[in-house]
Design a protein around this ligand. Structure first.
Ligand code: GLN
Length: 305
């Protein structure tokens, strides 16, 4: 399997040339454009790697599945989905247009920025620090990695330049979606996006979801089966934003991308996959990451449909 993964990386590394690293968060622009890595964690605990699997990157929007799980755990599905919908979007992840024209009281889904900011506002805690620490601890648990932390430079960079996200948050505060101080909610959101991880860390999150909420390496249940199921379903329909349909046709697995270049995939009953390639396509998805998952889907017959 390690040989297969090395071959898949070498077959697809050339795609990195077609993409661009994100620069709208200036600190992300420092990533190595040619990097490509993969890690697979199977449900019997085996781990396989290829390429730049040791490189650290910020998880960015992959954090949206983490906060969705926590929000569902604390609030239950009725409350969460009264604040955020579950319908896919044909617009960019940071689009503001649907908020006003579709439903000002309910952003479309938790995988776009507006929906993720609404989701994180539901997590309990006295201060933004307390709330973020709960997210961080949950992330450490579901990755089995107690050293997970934020990348302080990326966090500062996001905070300084995150005006689009501020616009979304203040709009949602004006319509009652967000009930707390918008800056406090945004601070948690910027931090969750700046959590730093490797392909292995995100593959482990995928493995937990593919195992219906149980950590394969310890047998500990971290979320009920129905939450794992909801999250995987939303990953299929919304995980790659306005490219989710194409990805479902080509790869056919629940997945979530982030503009740091990571994509996590959860193959039900089989494995979690983490891929990395910071060169992105126009939608903000890792261009090599998608190609790697396409090839793996063919080679290992992963398509769930
Ligand atoms: N932090 C990024 C943002 O808010 C996350 C977006 C993403 O990964 N698509 O713009």
């Amino acid at each position: 399997m390690n040989k297969l993964l090395e071959a898949v990386i070498e077959n697809n590394r050339r795609w990195t040339k077609d993409g661009k690293v994100a620069t709208y968060i200036p600190e992300l622009g420092k990533a190595d454009q040619d990097a490509a890595g993969v890690c697979i964690i199977t449900l019997d605990g085996e781990e396989y790697n290829g390429g730049d699997y040791k490189t650290k990157f910020t998880i960015q929007s992959i954090s949206k599945i983490i906060t969705l799980m926590l929000a569902l755990l604390e609030n239950g599905r009725d409350r969460v989905f009264s604040k955020v919908g579950v319908e896919p979007t044909a617009d960019a992840f940071n689009s503001i247009i649907n908020l006003e024209t579709k439903n000002p009281q309910r952003p479309l889904n938790p995988m776009i920025n507006a929906g993720a900011i609404a989701t994180v506002s539901l997590i309990e805690g006295e201060t933004s620090e307390v709330i973020f620490n709960r997210i961080l601890n949950f992330t450490r648990k579901i990755t089995g990695n107690p050293d997970i932390n934020i990348n302080e430079d990326v966090y500062q960079s996001e905070k300084k330049t995150g005006d689009r996200n501020r616009a979304l948050a203040y709009f949602m505060r004006s319509t009652g979606v967000i009930e707390q101080d918008a800056e406090e909610v945004l601070d948690v959101y910027f931090k969750q996006c700046s959590i730093e991880a490797t392909c292995r860390d995100i593959a482990r999150i995928g493995a937990m979801l593919s195992n219906d909420g149980v950590l394969p390496w310890s047998g500990e249940r971290v979320v009920p089966r129905n939450i794992a199921r909801i999250v995987k379903t939303i990953m299929v329909t919304c995980g790659l934003y306005d490219a989710s349909g194409q990805f479902a046709v080509e790869v056919g697995v629940p997945a979530k991308s982030g503009v740091g270049g990571g994509i996590v995939a959860a193959i039900p009953g089989r494995m979690g996959i983490g891929v990395y390639g910071p060169a992105l396509d126009a939608r903000g998805n890792s261009i090599a990451g998608i190609r790697i998952l396409e090839e793996l889907s063919r080679e290992l017959d992963l398509n769930i449909f």
